[in-house]
Design a protein around this ligand. Structure first.
Ligand SMILES: Cc1cc2nc3c(=O)[nH]c(=O)nc-3n(C[C@H](O)[C@H](O)[C@H](O)COP(=O)(O)O)c2cc1C
Length: 140
């Protein structure tokens, strides 16, 4: 099984989360390709069985949260027929960032099967938990 992980990151946290998620999916034999939203390879994404989209949380810390630089996700390809999952990283409170990102990804045609908000200080444990949860859904 192959996955493509597409992220938007301003200061590197969401990028690091993408590679930690890839490492943890590999425990299940899933091979991932990791791309920034500004430079993904459409052929690789088209081949992937699972597409994971990640963003950082933008907002006023506890209100108005949304995916950071969300406009960039307009460039996602058509994901019709694909299973997808979303994640966001955050500092204090992700609010509805995950739901908003799910809606964007679903708007590109994907079936969104799950999502998780990862605290920027707990990336390692939470990326591992996210991969475990995702694989339990994918393999059910
Ligand atoms: C302009 C700006 C607004 C932010 N707003 C929020 C917020 O509303 N809630 C929150 O929990 N974190 C907020 N954060 C923190 C980031 O979402 C968090 O540090 C994230 O992991 C950064 O990811 P990145 O390094 O990939 O850019 C904000 C950060 C920035 C730069």
């Amino acid at each position: 099984m192959d996955a493509s992980i597409i992220y938007e990151s301003m200061t590197g946290t969401t990028k690091l989360a993408a590679s930690l998620i890839a490492d943890n999916l590999y425990r299940y034999g899933v091979e991932s390709t990791v791309f920034p939203i500004t430079a993904y390879n459409p052929d690789e994404v088209a081949k992937a069985d699972l597409v994971i989209v990640g963003s950082w949380t933008d907002g006023f810390l506890v209100v108005g949260q949304r995916p950071g630089r969300a406009k960039r996700f307009d460039a996602l390809p058509d994901l019709s027929g694909k299973r997808a999952a979303v994640y966001c990283t955050y500092a204090i409170n992700p609010g509805k960032t995950l739901e908003k990102l799910s809606a964007v990804v679903a708007g590109h045609g994907a079936e969104v099967i799950g999502g998780m908000a990862l605290h920027r200080k707990r990336l390692s444990t939470e990326a591992s938990e996210f991969a475990d949860r995702l694989m339990s859904v994918v393999r059910a």
